[in-house]
Design a protein around this ligand. Structure first.
Ligand SMILES: [Zn+2]
Length: 294
């Protein structure tokens, strides 16, 4: 059975999972050339955990804040200790069926633009051609003083070399988070030696947008430009709790660009969607590709 209700502008919202991919296929056939936003939910089946539960609440400690990282040595020690434990899980993660389905939808012209909140590079690993990393990429590290860019792998090797105590560290694997953090004991945080820029000894930061920081304006302008040209917006695997992605929903809604969503649980944009499918991202996208391309 389908459960129907109306949102504020009188559009019908379909909330049932039953037949959901079929409805989504109809939606996309009506509005091809999609602008897609993806979030942590799409990487869950690749073993990367999400920040929030199904009602949008934090699952563990809040992630590190930008100003904290820049201003507090202890925050940087904690970050690198946790990140040391979590990075292998992110670097070895493989794209799942949801990423692969989007590659098919890009190559067949249904997906015109893809912006992701994820920093795991799994869309690129799957072979997606045009991806905008809204919140940066975890596989790079940048110097905040001179802009020097290096790979996260090199920094991982440096951390190993300069922190022999890490060999004794057992991370709590279940506590891995989408930013590549793992929960670690305070003992390791206190002993942690943090990396510096090899060129200017400046402060090194993963090349990601931490909470409390802002997305590069050029990226935002580029995406608004792409959204204006899109026929519809498809939101996948995000509760849209961060404004950096919610603003695109708000813009679409204000400009009569229809929005569909695939997400398990509540989102901040629920009353803006023309269609919502509440299933597992991989499952729904696989069915969708089946409906559209078979
Ligand atoms: Zn530097």
């Amino acid at each position: 059975m389908l459960s129907l209700r109306s949102n504020l502008s009188g559009q019908t919202i379909v909330e049932s999972r039953l037949g959901s991919a079929f409805h989504l296929a109809e939606f996309i056939e009506q509005y091809p050339e999609l602008f897609v936003i993806t979030g942590a939910g799409i990487s869950r089946n690749s073993g990367i955990q999400t920040y929030r539960d199904e009602v949008g609440k934090w699952k563990s400690n809040n992630p590190i804040q930008h100003s904290e990282f820049l201003n507090k040595e202890t925050a940087r020690r904690r970050y690198w200790a946790r990140s040391f434990g979590g990075w292998p899980n992110v670097s070895s993660a493989k794209p799942n069926d949801a990423h692969k389905a989007l590659v098919e939808l890009e190559s067949t012209g249904y997906v015109a633009t893809l912006a992701t909140q994820n920093v795991d590079r799994l869309h690129q690993k799957a072979g997606h051609k045009k991806v905008t990393d809204l919140h940066g990429r975890l596989d790079q590290v940048v110097c905040m003083d001179c802009g020097f860019l290096t790979s996260r792998e090199r920094v991982q090797a440096w951390l190993w070399q300069h922190n022999p105590q890490l060999a004794r560290m057992e991370t709590i694997r279940t506590a891995l988070r989408p930013d590549g953090d793992a929960e670690v004991h305070e003992e390791f945080v206190n002993q942690m030696k943090v990396p510096q820029c090899p060129r200017c000894s400046g402060l090194l930061k993963p090349n990601v947008v931490f909470y409390g920081s802002t997305v590069n304006k050029e990226i935002v302008n580029y995406l608004f430009n792409r959204l204006q040209k899109a026929k519809a917006l498809l939101v996948i695997g995000t509760s849209l709790m961060v404004y950096s992605s919610f603003r695109f929903c708000k813009y679409a809604s204000e400009n009569q660009i229809p929005i569909a969503c695939i997400n398990q649980g509540l989102t901040r944009g629920d009353n803006l969607f023309s269609l919502k499918v509440g299933g597992d991202c991989s499952e729904v996208l696989n069915q969708l590709v089946g409906c559209l391309l078979d």
